[in-house]
Design a protein. Structure first.
Length: 321
């Protein structure tokens, strides 16, 4: 029987992050468990590109206390990550949406029991180039006009989205179909998960999307708030109007619920067997949870509130048995 527990976003800050937070983990569980001897081995992680920078930052910081552990974090997208996870190929799966019933069924068929940990929140961000001087706020209806399946091959200019916009080519960039960000955006904007036009520039690598959007004043795309913040000099965050006026994405608006419907929780999924049988996995997960707030803030993610942090700690306690 699989176990599922729930807990509550965003780019890598590199070496400076490691140096800044190294002291935060000095008394973490990994060090305590190892009695100074340390643990070693590999922790294999795959999945969401949105969550990747947070988990990678956690891995870099963890390495300051446990240099014998290598935390490898790949980005196959949320769906691609779950495919590997449910085949037993990874220890942890990063996810920008909850696991689907059909994915959980495959895990169950393969004997993969898991625990869901909610580690941060995200303000999914619609962006244009910083050079764009007309698309400051878009309604959900306008986003739907751009991205709905029936727009394929038909909605080609900004003017078709809003008659006040220029008659310029609409250049669309977005995540691929294995992405949890794609699933979430299409569900909220187009009314059905996976329902989207396909004639756009797609990539599972958010850095590729950043480069594409920033390179043209007529481009628009969407991805996690982390990647916007890391590239705010080249990008403009578009405010979103879901019926109550224009709201900009931010840590505050995502946390208070006013940035709707594009604020969302972020997760890691831990294979229970990996946690039980691999000391390096349990040490890393314990460290991740115990230092989640500090890691999230330093990595520019939106951290959990007190209630959500309590839920996360309870979920870890259940995993620890």
């Amino acid at each position: 029987m699989k176990r599922r527990t729930h807990g509550l976003v965003a780019a890598p800050a590199g070496l400076a992050l490691v140096l800044t937070l190294a002291a935060c983990g000095g008394d973490n569980q990994a060090a305590a468990d190892s009695d100074g001897g340390g643990v070693s081995g590999e922790v294999v992680v795959d999945g969401s590109s949105t969550v990747q920078p947070l988990t990678a930052a956690a891995g870099e910081l963890f390495a300051q206390d446990q240099p014998g552990v290598n935390v490898s974090v790949a980005t196959s997208g949320t769906g691609g990550g779950f495919e590997k996870f449910c085949q037993g190929q990874t220890d942890i799966s990063n996810a920008s949406r909850p696991i689907k019933d059909e994915e959980a069924a495959i895990c169950e068929e393969n004997g993969i029991e898991f625990t869901e940990l909610r580690v941060a929140t995200d303000a999914l961000t619609v962006v244009t180039s910083a050079e764009n001087d007309f698309a400051d706020c878009l309604t959900i209806e306008e986003l739907n006009t751009m991205w709905a399946p029936e727009a394929e091959g038909k909605v080609k200019t900004w003017k078709q989205v809003n008659p006040e916009f220029p008659d310029e080519e609409l250049e669309l960039y977005g995540p691929g179909t294995d992405s949890g960000t794609f699933d979430y955006f299409t569900d909220e904007v187009n009314g059905e998960e996976g329902a989207s036009r396909s004639d756009y520039n797609a990539s599972e690598d958010d850095n590729v999307l950043v480069q594409g959007v920033s390179g043209s004043p007529n481009a628009i795309g969407y991805f996690g708030y982390t990647y916007y913040e890391e590239n705010a000099d080249a990008l403009k965050a578009v405010e979103v109007d879901s019926g109550d006026g224009c709201v900009a994405p931010s840590a505050e608006t995502a946390a208070d619920g006013s940035y709707t419907p594009l604020s969302r929780p972020l997760f890691i999924y831990v294979a229970d067997k990996s946690y039980a049988d691999k000391p390096q996995v349990s040490a890393f997960v314990d460290y991740y949870v115990e230092n989640d707030g500090s890691i999230a803030e330093a990595a520019q993610y939106i951290p959990l509130n007190d209630d959500q942090k309590g839920e996360l700690e309870s979920a870890l306690g259940e995993l620890q048995g």
